[in-house]
Design a protein around this ligand. Structure first.
Ligand SMILES: [Zn+2]
Length: 262
């Protein structure tokens, strides 16, 4: 049968495999898993017997993240991301250090917690008034993210988006382009996180229009002035912001538009 389907060399190799009839029967494992993990990652997770048993899917799903961000995190939590360390272990790359020059092994921990760029962006977010957490280990990060995913979804979302954009920016270097500006990464993280949690960071802004009214413009209550703002950022530091002020009868009062650097 082997000779019918394989060449001489392969038949020789296959024949060298000893068959031990006392072992459980072989079965197809990968076919029905669709996990997105490479075989190396599955083997490593199985061997370390560490995180493979944790069901991340449940709390990630509940957050209703952007599908790309959810998929990225699922892979990150399952050690199935092609970090430089991963690539070196696969013998695709000759070193395992961070492409951003951190002089540190780039593994999941580095991507999720420790890269200097990620920490820089967290610093910016904190300066902007978001209490973005700094974790000290992968275990610490996973533990607190799982808790935050239940008790403070806005903050969990922010961290998920932040690491995702930090990774995208890191990939930009790998593809011969520049690392993104830290403000740009921070801005994107807030933007994506606020799409997912419509009440994000707005707890004390109780004049904000409820999100169910967002499809049509509504005038503000009597004696209020409504300001509609829009802003755009590009990754080369340019930005623009504009706004329109209207009164409770919807009458135009004032408008502005500014070009700026961010
Ligand atoms: Zn780094």
């Amino acid at each position: 049968m082997l000779n019918k389907h394989f060449g001489i060399e392969l038949v020789k190799t296959i024949n060298q495999i000893e068959i031990d009839s006392s072992l459980p029967k072989d079965s197809i494992e990968l076919k029905n898993k669709f996990s997105g993990k490479s075989i190396t990652a599955i083997a490593a997770a199985y061997n370390s017997n560490d995180i493979s048993s944790v069901e991340y899917g449940i709390w990630l799903k509940k957050l209703k993240l952007n599908p790309r961000i959810e998929c990225f995190w699922w892979r990150l939590l399952n050690e199935a991301i092609p970090t430089n360390d991963f690539l070196m272990n696969c013998r695709i790359l000759g070193h395992n250090s961070c492409p951003r020059g951190c002089e540190e092994r780039e593994d999941t921990y580095h991507i999720m917690v420790h890269c200097h760029k990620l920490q820089q962006v967290i610093g910016i977010l904190n300066k902007w008034g978001f209490t973005c957490p700094l974790f000290c280990s992968t275990k610490d990060c996973k533990y607190h993210l799982e808790k935050l995913s239940v008790h403070n979804r806005s903050l969990a979302n922010l961290y998920y988006s932040l690491v995702y954009f930090s990774w995208k920016s890191r990939n930009s270097i790998k593809h011969g382009k520049n690392d993104w500006n830290s403000n740009f990464i921070a801005g994107n993280a807030i933007s994506y996180a606020s799409i997912t949690s419509s009440n994000l960071f707005m707890d004390h802004w109780d004049t904000n229009q409820p999100s169910r009214m967002n499809y049509i413009w509504h005038p503000p209550p009597p004696e209020w002035i409504k300001v509609n703002l829009d802003a755009a950022l590009t990754n080369n530091y340019n930005g623009g912001i504009g706004g329109v002020f209207r009164d409770s009868k919807g009458r135009f009062l004032l408008a502005f538009g500014i070009k700026c650097m961010h």
